[in-house]
Design a protein around this ligand. Sequence first.
Ligand SMILES: Cc1cc2nc3c(=O)[nH]c(=O)nc-3n(C[C@H](O)[C@H](O)[C@H](O)COP(=O)(O)OP(=O)(O)OC[C@H]3O[C@@H](n4cnc5c(N)ncnc54)[C@H](O)[C@@H]3O)c2cc1C
Length: 500
Amino acid sequence: MTEKTDVVLIGAGIMSATLGALLRQVQPNWSITMFERMDAAAPESSDPWNNAGTGHSALCELNYTPQNADGSVDISKAIDINERFQVSRQFWAYGVENGVLGNPSEFINPIPHVSFVHGADNVDYLRKRYEALVRHPLFDTMEYIDSPAEFGRRLPLMAKGRDFSDPVALNWTDSGTDIDFGSLTKQLLAYLGRSGVSIAFGNEVRNLDKQSDGSWNVKVRNTRTREIRTVNAKFVFVGAGGYALPLLQKSGIEEMTGIGGFPVSGLFLRCTNPELIHQHEAKVYGKAAVGAPPMSVPHLDTRVINGNRGLLFGPYAGWTPKFLKDGKNSDLFKSVKPNNVFSMIGVGLTEMSLTKYLISELLKSQSGRVVALEEFIPRADGRDWELITAGQRVQVIRRKGAGGVLEFGTAVIAAGDGSIAGLLGASPGASTCVSAMLDVLQKCFPGEFTGWMPKLKEMVPSLGVKLSENQALFHEVWDWSTKTLRLTDNTPKLAGVAQN
Ligand SMILES: Cc1cc2nc3c(=O)[nH]c(=O)nc-3n(C[C@H](O)[C@H](O)[C@H](O)COP(=O)(O)OP(=O)(O)OC[C@H]3O[C@@H](n4cnc5c(N)ncnc54)[C@H](O)[C@@H]3O)c2cc1C
C-alpha cells in the first residue's frame, strides 16, 4: 500500500534539515517525512570533518573579490555572499530564541577571518581589496596589516621562521565564524523529531515517479531489511548532496536536461600537535595557484568541534568517480546520459587547467603537501599533521552552446510546476543554506509564499531587503544575532583539542 505525506525530504544533511525547519514554522500542519540512507545524521558533506566549517561571508575568501583588468577590485560577489550569510545568522538567532535550536556555541563560534598574501603584486591587490571593502557597511570593521611585527603578534605560528624580505599583507576581520554544520544539522533534526516529522534513517530513496495528479511516488529501500516501500508526496526536496544529481536525473524533469556533474574530493591535513593548535586562532585564506579552481584556495583553519579546538590545512584535491564519500565507483559513469554527454565532453576538452591541477594534486606525496603548508607555516613538520579525506563535491556541468561549462557554485534546481526541487553543487554551500532553502520555498510554493511572508520576516527580519542598503536594519539584526548566538566571547570554548 502506498503511504501518503505532504512533503518528502531526501537526505539528513544541513539543506533538508533547514528546509524542514522552515516548513515546520510556516506550515505546521503539513506532514513531512525525511529519508536518510545512512544510519546517522549529517554523515556526508555536513559532517564537521568533511568540510572546513567556515561561515562563508566573503570576509577572507579572495575568490569572491577578483581583480579587474584595470587593477580595481570587484566586490559585488562578496556583497552577495555576505548578504546571504546575514540571512543564515538571523534564522539561527531566531531558532535559538524560539526553541528550534539549542546551545549556539555547539555549532557557531567567533573566529577572525583573515586573507593572507605575500609578494609585492599580491600585497598591492590586497590593499586595493581592503580599500574597496572597508568603505562598505558590511565590511567596515576590516583591518589592513602589512607590518611584520603586527603579523607576528596576531599570527605567531605563521610568523615563526618567515622571511619578511618577501612582503606580506593581511585583511583581518574579527567577526568571522567557525561553524560545525554537523552539530547544527543535529539540532535542527532534533527539533523536527520533536515537532512530529518522521525521520527514517537507513532508508535509501531509489526512484521517483511523477503521478498524473502532479504528486510523486518515492520508492524507498530499507538498507537493513531490503524491504521496498512507496511513499506518495505532494512535494519532494532532493537534499541528497552528491546523489542529488542522479536522483533529479531519475525524476526526468526537463530542468535537468544537459546537466551533469564532476566529482572532486577534498583532503585536509589535520594537526595532531596540541601546542601548534594553540598557537593559531584564525581562519586564514590565501590565494589559489594560477589556473587552480576556486575551491582549491589554501587555508589554515582553527576549528571548534565538540567544544574543542582543532587546526586544519588544505584543501588538497583527491579524485574518485564516487558522488558521495560512501558512494559507488559507477556513479560518474552512470550519470552520463544522452542529454548531457556533450556538456560533459565539452568540459573535458576545455577544462585543461582543472585536469592539470587534479593530476598535480594526485601526484602529491606527504612531503609535497608539507611544501604547500610551508607557505603558511614556514617551520611546518609533516609529523605534526595527518591526512584526512573530507567530503565529496560534485561540481555542476551545464550545457553551453555545443559543449558545456563547469560551475563552482551552488544551484537550486526546481521543476516548473514546483513539485520537486533539489540542490546541486557545493560552494558557498552550507553557510548560505537558509537563503538557498528560502529560494526553494519561493520557487516551489509561489501561491503560499506571500501568505508565509509575515512568519518568514519574523524569522529573517531582513528578508527582501538589502542590508548593504539599509544600515540601520543591518546594525539591528547584527547586534541581535551576535548577542543571541553568543558571538562576543570565545575564550572558554577554545579549550581542548578536537578529536575525530
Ligand atoms: C571539502 C569541503 C569543504 C567545504 N567547506 C565548507 C565551508 O567551509 N563552509 C561551508 O559553508 N560549506 C562548505 N562546504 C560545503 C558544505 O559542506 C555543503 O554545501 C553542505 O554540507 C551540503 O549539505 P547537503 O545537506 O546538501 O548535503 P550532505 O550533507 O552531503 O547531505 C546529503 C545527505 O543525503 C543522503 N543521501 C544521499 N542519497 C540518498 C538517497 N538516495 N536516499 C536517502 N538519503 C540519501 C546522504 O547520505 C547525506 O546524508 C564544503 C564541502 C566540502 C566537500
